[in-house]
Design a protein around this ligand. Structure first.
Ligand code: GLU
Length: 499
């Protein structure tokens, strides 16, 4: 059997949605699992809905996820062009062929007539749809109507009786009553094809073997199946992927609280590994009770049988959990490199960063890696590694700095540290504890004020590890700054007496 050929066929009608990218993920994984070909085809025939910039966002999102296409825009291929707007002559030719086969016809009905028809059907509670007036015109009527409307559309002549049936890998055998189907437009009066037509022509010409797409297209599939039959072409394997619901279990949409615009996840600093893991397991399961999948594992395990029949819920907490886990799986060097753009945006490192900036960053990374989730949070988490003029957290300062004993303690610690010959975690810890002990203080009584003094915060990585990275001069200067600040505040604020 020849290798599968799959396509992701977005319309550039807006910023890609997480649901669109999930569809791309399933196509991509199945391609890589089977050694098939992954094609990107741009369905840009709806000129009114075209949104500037959306094509770029689609390509950026796929590439960011590491889902490079084998054929399509910018890479080419033997089945191009891959933009439907560049294939209009092809659609025109096939529409003519359908007319010759008696399975399509020119329709001269004006907008006004169709509008009247709809109103009539609505007020008489009749099924809506085209009444097929132009389907069997006499040559005289046709000539007359053509004079009235020289820009007809072309409609597909659906079968009037019987059923249209097909098998969907996810949904099973589906049966549609032909009497309920409409003679839909395949070529609009401007010469552009509709989605339903161009999609089928291209899937056939591009030799697509599997159509994996959202289940909202199931109701269009009978139209597609009848077109394949009319041409005498073999249908692809249909795979309808269930919907994605938001956390309120409504269809995911722009109205949901959930952020639907895919590129916003890129901007927030999610990892492509985490996003791939998340999207792949939203509506698909390997059958194992397993949370973390690498790209290689997904490619190895992805099968169509694992696609669920029920809707998947977009669970942000699950995404964040996966994100944290994938952050922890990265090597220090890898995470450091990925943080660079976020730290550049905060002006912490240059563009490009110097070798010494990278060395410093690689010493910081192990300290933040255990708690980091979104990469965009890194500038805030690392602020005190890059800035000396930070403010003290209000609550922490009140509790630990504005105390009678604090200025003396911080000065004693600073002095002890200044005398150190060797600066590493163990020597720092010993010195801090000894300075505290000399004043009769121990444990948290010492650690907390020192932490607030050197980081401005009550919470963070191991104190001695971060002091090691900050270096002696910065630490002692900060201890003295905090001591002076505390003394100043003690003059004006009621001191805290409890320890
Ligand atoms: N252009 C359609 C979309 O944007 C493609 C649907 C399909 O895959 O057939 O969703």
């Amino acid at each position: 059997m020849s290798k599968p050929r799959l396509r992701f066929a977005p319309s550039p009608t807006g910023s890609p949605h997480v649901g669109n990218i999930r569809t791309a993920v399933f196509n991509y994984l199945y391609c890589r699992h089977t050694g098939g070909t992954f094609i990107l085809r741009i369905e840009d025939t709806d000129r009114e809905r075209y949104v500037e910039g959306s094509l770029e966002e689609i390509m950026l999102s796929l590439r960011w996820m590491g889902m490079d296409w084998d054929e399509g825009p910018e890479v080419g291929g033997d089945y191009g062009p891959y933009f439907q707007s560049q294939r209009l002559d092809i659609y025109a030719r096939y529409a003519e062929e359908l007319i010759e086969r008696g399975r399509a016809y020119r329709c001269y009905c004006t907008k006004e007539r169709l509008e009247e028809l709809r109103k009539y059907q609505e007020s008489n509670k009749l099924p809506l749809g085209y009444d097929r007036r132009c389907r069997d015109l006499s040559p005289e009527d046709r000539a007359r109507l053509e004079r009235e409307n020289p820009e007809p559309v072309i409609r597909f002549a659906m079968k009037l009786e019987g059923t249209t049936e097909f098998d969907d890998v996810v949904r099973g055998h589906l049966v549609f009553d032909n009497a309920l189907q409409d003679d839909f437009v395949i070529i609009k009066s401007d010469g552009y094809p509709t989605y339903n037509f161009a999609n089928v022509i291209d899937d056939h010409l591009m030799e697509i073997t599997h159509v994996i797409r959202g289940e909202e297209f199931i109701s269009s599939t009978p139209k597609h199946v009848q077109m394949y039959e009319a041409f005498g072409w073999e249908t692809p394997v249909w795979v309808s992927v269930p919907l994605i619901l938001d956390e309120q279990r409504r269809k995911l949409s722009k109205r949901s609280d959930t952020q639907t615009r895919f590129v916003s996840y890129i901007e927030d600093g999610y990892l492509p590994e985490a996003m791939l893991n998340f999207l792949a397991t939203m509506g698909w399961s390997s059958g194992e009770d397993k949370k973390i999948y690498t790209r290689e594992e997904l490619i190895e395990q992805f099968t169509l049988e694992g696609i669920s029949t029920s809707a998947a819920v977009f669970d942000l907490a699950r995404l964040n959990d996966l994100q944290g886990e994938h952050v922890r799986l990265l090597s220090v060097d890898d995470l450091a490199n990925r943080l660079v753009p976020f730290l550049q945006a905060a002006n912490y490192v240059g563009n490009p960063p110097t070798a010494s900036e990278m060395d410093y960053l690689k010493r910081i990374v192990p300290l933040i890696q255990p708690r980091l989730v979104l990469l965009k949070d890194a500038p805030d988490m690392t602020l005190y590694f890059y800035r000396d003029d930070f403010d003290y957290e209000e609550k922490g300062a009140r509790k630990y700095l504005v105390k009678d004993t604090t200025p003396g303690l911080l000065e004693a610690v600073a002095e002890k540290l200044e005398s150190l010959q060797q600066w590493f975690c163990e020597t720092i810890e010993l010195a801090v504890r000894e300075a505290g002990a000399s004043l009769g203080m121990e444990g948290g009584q010492v650690i907390h004020p020192v932490r607030v003094a050197v980081t401005g915060r009550t919470f963070g990585p191991g104190l001695f590890e971060l002091m090691d990275v900050l270096g002696k001069d910065r630490c002692t200067a900060r201890l003295r700054r905090a001591a002076a600040w505390a003394r100043d505040r003690l003059g004006t604020v009621e001191p805290q007496t409890s320890s």
